[in-house]
Design a protein around this ligand. Structure first.
Ligand SMILES: *[C@@H]1O[C@H](CO)[C@@H](O)[C@H](O)[C@H]1NC(C)=O
Ligand SMILES: *[C@@H]1O[C@H](CO)[C@@H](O)[C@H](O)[C@H]1NC(C)=O
Ligand SMILES: *[C@@H]1O[C@H](CO)[C@@H](O)[C@H](O)[C@H]1NC(C)=O
Ligand SMILES: *[C@@H]1O[C@H](CO)[C@@H](O)[C@H](O)[C@H]1NC(C)=O
Ligand SMILES: *[C@@H]1O[C@H](CO)[C@@H](O)[C@H](O)[C@H]1NC(C)=O
Ligand SMILES: *[C@@H]1O[C@H](CO)[C@@H](O)[C@H](O)[C@H]1NC(C)=O
Ligand SMILES: *[C@@H]1O[C@H](CO)[C@@H](O)[C@H](O)[C@H]1NC(C)=O
Ligand SMILES: *[C@@H]1O[C@H](CO)[C@@H](O)[C@H](O)[C@H]1NC(C)=O
Length: 383
């Protein structure tokens, strides 16, 4: 997949850290390409990172070109490990069988080889596998772009391999690899037979253009800012938004504290397109995250997908995070057109606090017409 949202990452910086941090127990955070047997604590996130010696034997360490290494660039993106030899080079991560995990790989080319070798006409293309399954195709067309691939999986053994696979002339590389244990109950549609690949995770109408991750999110999910555009404004609160005891997603308060709300209309609309060239699968799971941020209101709205009522007369709970989602894929479509409009029982307009979209990961033994992993991509003209 070519992810439009990587572009946003390049301009988004991190928010600063508050005291009293959630635990990082079970986190594995690898900064690929730093000196052997070294480690450090990231100044922005407070997450400890280690070098990759203990996880892989092959490859060579590199540092990106200085003109791409601005002082605001995350430390993890400044070095990388590249794999000039062999068609498949794998990191081995120790995991607990039956435990659910989030795994994230980051890539920034930064002309580490001095070749300025990434352009739209000559992209760097290679594959990323999780075990034997195709996770994504990395497609780098600009040296300064930051690419991230994220998946949710349930471990089936005591080791999980993340492999960089050569598919053409490009030398595969990786800048950072991060593993986070998840509560098994969340993301119920990720299970022993279905891994999920993140397509999109956005925080709607934040008051600052910062991405949010750990420690705001105890699972270190990265929520990209989508600041209000024409026709939208931000509704926000400084009060904590809590999770229900059996919350399906545990969206963090900092993300839920802001929501997009239409300015002059009773309808909130957005869409994404599936643009797969010969892509074998068009399946998506969407989580629409909601919380009422105004006290003593009676907001109620309907959620339409491609003109069909998807959810009727929904009222977000006050300062509690809630979600509308489906545990089966959305009906396949080339365009996923969403409209949230007042149900008539409410004079208040609809809101949306956050949005996540996932696609199932290909299993290698799944029959496909194409092995190139090009699922398509999202365009993101929220209107
Ligand atoms: C970090 O490095 C120090 C020595 O430089 C070592 O004592 C410590 O065990 C290392 N920590 C990790 C998590 O590898
Ligand atoms: C790649 O293979 C060549 C020839 O076998 C060897 O000299 C070189 O050290 C290898 N490089 C890496 C990074 O493994
Ligand atoms: C790589 O990305 C570029 C720019 O988004 C796109 O035009 C091209 O089709 C992509 N290539 C593949 C193989 O996905
Ligand atoms: C995993 O989830 C998918 C989608 O909900 C479902 O079709 C499948 O049966 C589940 N597998 C298991 C082992 O629960
Ligand atoms: C909303 O309506 C007011 C009054 O009609 C108008 O001045 C304003 O430009 C409108 N704003 C948007 C974003 O349409
Ligand atoms: C939240 O707190 C900030 C800083 O104290 C203040 O500027 C802002 O108006 C507050 N927002 C709300 C919605 O109360
Ligand atoms: C909400 O309504 C209740 C009952 O009418 C009232 O006691 C309470 O003060 C109101 N809260 C706010 C924040 O307005
Ligand atoms: C809400 O939007 C749907 C889909 O665009 C439309 O069919 C329906 O008439 C709208 N309802 C209201 C009350 O505006």
């Amino acid at each position: 997949m070519a992810f439009w949202f990587f572009l946003l990452l390049a301009i988004a910086s991190l928010s600063t850290v508050h005291a009293q941090l959630p635990t990082t127990d079970g986190y594995v955070s690898i900064d690929c390409g730093i000196s052997s047997n070294t480690n450090y604590t990231d100044e922005t996130t407070s997450i400890p990172y280690v070098s990759d010696d203990g996880f892989i034997d092959t490859g060579t360490d590199h540092t990106i070109a200085t003109n791409y290494a601005g002082s605001s660039l995350e430390k993890q993106l400044q070095t990388l490990r590249s794999f000039p030899n062999g068609s498949r080079n794998c990191y081995a991560l120790t995991v607990t069988p039956d435990q659910k995990y989030l795994v994230r790989a980051s890539f920034m080319y930064g002309s580490y080889d001095g070749l300025n070798g990434a352009s739209p006409s000559n992209p760097l293309l290679f594959d990323l596998h999780l075990g034997v399954n195709l996770w994504t195709t990395v497609n780098i067309t600009k040296a300064s772009d930051v690419h991230r691939a994220e998946a949710i999986f349930v471990a089936s053994a005591d080791s999980a391999s993340v492999c960089l696979v050569k598919t053409g002339s490009a030398t595969p590389f990786i800048s950072a690899l991060e593993l986070r244990p998840l509560k098994n109950a969340i993301y119920s549609y990720a299970n022993a037979t279905q891994n999920l690949v993140l397509s999109l995770r956005i925080n709607l109408a934040p008051t600052t253009n910062h991405l949010l991750r750990y420690p705001f999110d105890r699972y270190d999910r990265i929520w990209l800012p989508f600041v209000a555009s024409a026709g939208w404004t931000s509704l926000s609160t400084n009060l904590t938004v809590k999770n229900f005891a059996k919350d399906q997603f545990e969206a963090p308060s900092a993300v839920m504290q802001t929501a997009a709300v239409p300015v002059n209309s009773s309808m909130l609309e957005f869409y994404w397109d599936f643009v797969g060239s010969g892509a074998p699968v068009n399946e998506f799971y969407a989580n629409l995250h909601f919380s009422e941020l105004l006290p003593n209101t009676s907001r109620a709205f309907n959620v339409y997908l491609n003109g069909d009522k998807w959810y009727a007369n929904y009222t977000p709970p006050y300062l509690m995070s809630d979600a509308i989602y489906s545990t089966t894929p959305l009906t396949p479509s080339l365009r996923y057109n969403w409209a949230l409009n007042s149900s008539g029982l409410s004079t208040l307009p609809p809101i949306l606090n956050a949005l996540e979209v996932y696609a199932p990961m290909f299993f290698k033994n799944m029959p496909t017409d194409s092995d190139d992993g090009t699922l398509g991509y999202f365009l993101f003209p929220f209107s």
